[in-house]
Design a protein around this ligand. Structure first.
Ligand code: GLN
Length: 303
């Protein structure tokens, strides 16, 4: 099947729906983004790339960065990773404090904010510079050596991230955050602020489709650890709409409030879609529609 033609067809078919959904408005740099943008990039396991629409425009990857911080944690953290964060879908909003209190400061999974804060705390413990290490990993995997944190986004997140701050300090109070909560928040906000295009992000995520091996042959993770990240993405990667996402798309994926979704079909491809308008759960509305068509037309999903 000509996947490039399929991508272009999907973007063309959804042309009239550009701009649907609500752009994230909690910080000005995200609120200012043109909601009509829509891009798609797919990279096959042999490295063949296909793009359509605004696939080369960089956007704020936001929560998709949680995949890369979990990857660093699985590379470097030994025993206590899964003692400090769970592996179950949250069924609540990604920044729920109620659930965190109820579960005594052990976040449900690494892809909700509290879980990513704990993961960030763990990588800060074992890496000299967790911000730079994540940036280096993404640069190496995507080939985008000029990829960078958007300082304005990180600063705005810090200025308005009161709920994240509350969660970090709450977990510090319960002993599940070991380091300085402000340092954890600073690294977390920077990771979220990373800007990448669909093509760069699809390239960066290709190791998830290649049993942990990057295109240049580097072993990022073992095949087993890679299966586990994909399992987390399938069950926890689309906030509290994962069931609907699995039903409609059927791929392990991680979404972000910047409107990006990174998804993989292990053994076949990684794909990234981006359109800033979100649905009520915080997932890109057009992005899900595009991925739904992709798995429908190819007849392939993890199921
Ligand atoms: N930076 C955002 C936050 O921490 C990321 C949330 C997201 O993409 N779900 O609230």
């Amino acid at each position: 099947m000509d996947l490039g033609a399929l991508l272009r067809e999907i973007v063309q078919e959804l042309e009239a729906e550009r701009g649907c959904g609500e752009v994230a408005r909690y910080i000005p740099p995200l609120a200012r983004v043109d909601p009509r943008q829509f891009g798609m990039a797919l990279v096959e396991c042999d490295g063949t790339c296909h793009v359509a629409g605004d696939a080369m425009t960089r956007f704020s990857i936001q929560s998709i960065s949680k995949v890369f911080s979990l990857t660093l944690a699985m590379q470097h953290v030994r025993d206590d990773l899964w003692l400090r964060v769970g592996r179950e879908p949250s069924g609540t909003r990604f920044n729920s404090l109620v659930q965190l209190e109820h579960e005594r400061g052990i976040p449900r999974n690494p892809f909700i904010n509290a879980g990513a804060l704990v993961v960030t705390d763990m990588i800060l413990e074992c890496l000299a510079d967790a911000k730079q290490t994540l940036l280096d990993l993404v640069r190496q995997l995507s080939g985008a050596m000029d990829a960078a944190f958007a300082e304005d986004v990180a600063q705005e997140e810090a200025a308005t991230g009161h709920i994240n701050r509350a969660m970090a300090w709450f977990m510090k109070g319960l002993g599940n955050l070991k380091g300085d909560p402000d340092a954890v928040l600073d690294a977390y906000f920077h990771h979220c602020s990373l800007s990448l295009s669909c093509l760069e992000l699809a390239r960066a995520g290709l190791y998830l489709a290649r049993r942990g091996n990057a295109l240049d042959g580097t072993c990022v993770l073992s095949p087993r650890a890679t299966q586990r990240i994909n399992a987390m993405m399938l069950t926890c990667g689309a906030y509290d709409a994962v069931g609907d996402f699995a039903y409609r798309v059927g791929l392990p994926a991680k979404s972000g409030v910047g409107g990006g979704i990174l998804a993989v079909l292990p053994g076949h491809y990684s794909v990234c879609v981006w359109s800033p308008g979100l649905d009520a759960a915080g997932n890109s509305m057009l992005g899900i529609r595009a991925l739904e068509r992709l798995t429908e037309r190819t007849g392939l999903s993890v199921f």
